[in-house]
Write a protein that binds this ligand. Structure first.
Ligand code: SAH
Length: 458
């Protein structure tokens, strides 16, 4: 086979990134946008020794799980890698991916793994409470909002992402009208000129409160009173609670600037996960799918098996979502997180909820935990970890093994590092108990998993 040659291939599998995988004469092809079970016509794009990448030209025989993507720009955008698959197929893909990693990387036998069926969403659309739209111009010079196409920074117009809330479109419309009225230009990366870079929109799903923050390449927003009037007036947006702008004059891919100028409202919106209240400002971290977050952290609470007497550590605690969930049922919760602002939020969130048995440390889990254990002889009945994709540091795992809590609850956004770390803990005297995946990001290849480990009696 040569580059640009076209061929027919049956898609037998899908890789981690959601690309279809098929074989022709023993040679492996990755075909983006092809679905497991499809027979497709593909074109060879790039070839390595034992595998190659091909472009999907036409689906000749569609897989039983193939659907027409609901979003017209699904293929261009690439934000949702699995939109051509029905939801049932997506959930199966995610369960299989986690299971494969536990077996292949974790070296667990199938009968050691007790994964319950994945928690899917009833409505796998419009689940994101946060959106950031870049602004630019189309080829006719009209102001548009959308997403960056592929690896370029050309903006493709798309104002109604189906993962986002319906209000996004209304808000973008108002911002565009405002810009036209005030003769405000969108930002242009190449010349570093123009004002409006991004618009950040957040919504509290339980409170219906809405936040809008314009990210601008300047320190003044001309006509800011007019913007407030348009967003909050009779033709404005229901639930508008907080309006601000963020100053970002750097030549950078980072979206938000560090400085926030408040224009309307208290500077934050309020939302709840379970019965815990959160104040969310433009720069705060907050889980993007609050419905599934509540289910995932509810499972963490269940697996933690608290009776009210336990000392619990929540490592990689972020803004303390899990900590505050657990604090209601534990004697004491200690949270550890590397980002100081997140800990500030965690402390404030504890305070506004009247939670007094949670204490937070700023620092690396692999430094704070050993230090507290060795110097202060702290104890743990339960340790919860929710690390970033790279998983837990080995020093952190070693300290957990030394502390020998009754239970470890591992929440993970990357099943490869989950499998690696579970193997380490299993070799150190823990037994894998129940586990479950939770679909926090329908349409995409990402999945969260949660696994309970128990101290072995030996
Ligand atoms: N459960 C949290 C989210 C966890 S995401 C919540 O709901 O808010 C993983 C977190 O780990 C991030 O907040 C990240 O800043 C933090 N982190 C990354 N490396 C770390 C380390 N070495 N020690 C402690 N925290 C770390």
């Amino acid at each position: 086979m040569e580059k640009n040659q076209e061929f027919i291939v049956t898609i037998e599998d899908m890789n981690e990134d959601g690309a279809g995988v098929g074989k022709v004469d023993g040679y492996i092809w990755f075909v983006k946008d092809a679905v497991i079970g499809d027979v497709v016509w593909a074109k060879a794009m790039k070839m390595k020794k034992s595998y190659g990448f091909a472009r999907l030209m036409e689906v000749l025989e569609p897989s039983a799980s193939r659907v027409i993507p609901s979003c017209p720009v699904a293929r261009q955008c690439g934000g949702c890698q699995l939109q051509a698959m029905n939801y049932e197929g997506q959930l199966k893909f995610k369960e299989r991916k986690v299971m494969n990693n536990l077996i292949r990387i974790g070296k667990f036998a199938e009968d050691e793994i007790h994964m319950l069926p994945i928690m899917g969403m009833e409505q796998p659309w419009r689940y994101r409470n946060k959106a950031q739209f870049p602004f630019g111009k189309d080829k006719d010079g009209n102001v548009i909002a959308g997403f960056y196409a592929g690896r370029t920074h050309a903006i493709v117009e798309a104002e109604d992402c189906l993962l986002g809330v319906e209000e996004n479109r209304e808000i973008l419309d108002i911002v565009k009208r405002f810009m036209k009225e005030m003769k405000i230009e969108p930002y242009d990366e190449l010349s570093h000129k123009g004002l409006v870079r991004h618009v950040l929109i957040r919504k509290g799903f339980k409170t219906d409160e809405i936040m809008v923050c314009l990210v601008i390449n300047g320190n003044k927003l001309p006509g800011k009173e007019r913007l407030v009037e348009m967003l909050t007036g009779v033709d404005g947006v229901k639930g508008m609670t907080s309006i601000s702008y963020s100053v970002n004059q750097e030549k950078t891919n980072v979206i938000m600037g560090k400085e926030i100028v408040n224009l309307y409202g208290p500077g934050y919106i309020t939302d709840y996960i379970g019965n815990v209240k959160y104040q969310i400002s433009p720069l705060s971290f907050y889980q993007v799918n609050p419905v599934q977050t509540e289910r995932l952290y509810g499972t963490a609470l269940e697996y933690a098996g608290l009776t009210g007497n336990e000392i619990v550590w929540d490592l990689y605690c972020g803004i303390g979502t899990i900590s505050l969930f657990l604090a209601q049922k534990a004697k004491k919760v200690y949270g550890v997180e590397i980002v100081p602002q997140a800990i500030e939020d965690a402390r404030r969130n504890a305070e506004i909820n009247g939670i007094h048995n949670a204490e937070f440390f700023v620092g690396k889990a692999e430094e704070v935990l050993p230090e507290q254990f060795e110097k202060n002889h702290v104890h743990a009945d339960v340790i919860v970890v929710d690390p970033p994709r790279k998983g837990c540091d080995v020093v952190c795992l070693d300290t957990i093994l030394k502390m020998r809590p009754e239970r470890v609850v591992y929440v993970s956004c990357d099943s490869a590092t989950l499998a690696r770390d579970l193997r380490y803990l299993a070799d150190g005297g823990y037994v894998m108990g129940r586990g479950r995946c939770c679909d926090m990001f329908p349409g995409t290849v990402h999945t969260e998993s949660i696994v309970l480990l128990q101290k072995s009696v030996k």
